[in-house]
Design a protein around this ligand. Structure first.
Ligand code: CUA
Length: 390
């Protein structure tokens, strides 16, 4: 009842309206169940054949066509339906779009479904020469403000669902669906694609992070910046830092199959906030090597990652097939929010994408098509570079 994707513990007005409608329906049907069940139980016990003679006795007189009983049953059914219909019609209207009185305050976002991740565009945050700010996997919104979300799909049908904030609405190719939601207070919410969309449908997830207005503005300010650049110091090439040294020791076999920490020890919003800060002990030389692998020319060992992913401010990283990674180091999840964005999980993801999210485009159109191979050192360098993008 109180899981991350509970529809019973709701935290926004849209989900609350839907929950109250669900409960009204439950109570009405519970009353019907009790009445019908009682009559059935009474008739079964009272008129049971108790002896051999009862079984062969003549049938008692059969009643039918009693206008009073029939009209009462029709009237009771209509009443039950009206009790359900009135709040249903009211809430269909309420949940359809941001209420007129709140429209002026609504924040606008576009969510687009891809096989198998969600892209979020912020049309009111334009970056000159690029277009709207966009992120992958994680939708950051201001708390206490209605959010109007346009729903799009680039391939097949998906469905947008944040159980604690609002019911699901399908994302259909060539159809302009939308929904609205609002988070009562700052929080970290689990979302899920709710329409079967191919082999990795079950791991097509996302997160919604609701922030107080000022923190949201700070987040926007940082997101609008181009990618963080770590200058190579004169001590470049020295010993790798402790963190990435540990990553070198990391074995692919020790990671388990899930990589999702559904019950973290730190409150998830605090974990998200911690991800906004630069890691201590970065290794600038390692990061520079990762950058070259990501976006550098093939003649210098580049792995063509930049032909599918944009990293604003990094020449050679301008693709739009995959998520924009300009600030990927500041996200808490990866790969359609299926795994946590830790260095270990990120390395596991780029080591063998097919094992993490079967059928994904990075594997099929990237690794396989372009015969990309990564050495363990390549993987560690790429992780160091991507984690530095705060
Ligand atoms: Cu997208 Cu299921």
């Amino acid at each position: 009842m109180d899981g991350h994707q509970s529809t019973i513990e709701v935290e926004g007005p849209v989900a609350r309206a839907q929950l109250s409608l669900f409960l009204v329906t439950c109570w009405v049907t519970l009353v019907i169940f009790i009445i019908v069940g009682s009559v059935l139980a009474y008739a079964t016990i009272r008129f049971k054949a108790r002896t051999q003679a009862d079984e062969h006795a003549e049938q008692p007189p059969q009643g039918h066509g009693n206008p009073l009983i029939e009209l009462s049953l029709i009237g009771a059914s209509v009443l039950a339906l009206v009790i359900i219909a009135v709040p249903t019609l009211r809430d269909i209207r309420y949940t359809y779009d941001v209420p007129a009185g709140l429209k002026g305050d609504a924040y606008q976002v576009t969510a687009t479904g891809y096989q198998w991740w969600f892209k979020f565009d912020y049309p009111s945050e334009q970056i000159s020469g690029v277009g709207p700010l966009n992120t992958g996997d994680e939708l950051v919104i201001p708390a206490g403000r209605p959010i109007h979300i346009d729903l799009r799909s680039v391939d097949v049908m998906h469905s947008f669902w944040v159980p604690k904030l609002a019911g699901k609405v399908d994302m259909i190719p060539n159809r302009a669906n939308f929904l609205w939601l609002e988070a009562d207070h700052p929080g970290y919410y689990w979302g899920q694609c709710a329409e079967y969309c191919g082999e990795s449908h079950a791991v097509m997830r996302f997160r919604v992070i609701a922030l107080a207005p000022r923190e949201f503005e700070e987040w926007l300010d940082n997101q609008l910046q181009p990618a963080r650049s770590v200058p190579v110091r004169s001590t470049a090439g020295a010993e790798p830092t402790a963190q990435f040294a540990a990553l070198r020791e990391f074995s692919q076999n020790e990671t388990g199959s899930s990589g999702v920490f559904d019950n973290p020890s730190v409150p998830p919003l605090d974990a998200w906030r911690a991800k906004q800060f630069v890691d201590k002990g970065e290794d600038p030389a390692l990061i520079a090597r990762g950058k070259l692998l990501f976006a550098g020319p093939a003649s210098e060992g580049g792995k063509t990652c930049g032909s599918c992913h944009t990293i604003r401010g990094v020449a050679g990283a301008v693709g739009s097939q995959g998520p924009d990674l300009t600030h990927v180091g500041a996200r808490t999840t990866l790969a359609g929010s299926w795994i946590d964005n830790t260095p270990e999980q990120m390395r596991r993801w780029i080591h063998n994408p097919e094992a993490v999210k079967p059928g994904n485009k990075m594997w099929v159109n990237g690794y396989q098509l372009n015969h990309i191979t990564l050495t363990p050192d390549d993987e560690v360098a790429l992780v160091a570079f991507l984690q530095s993008l705060k």
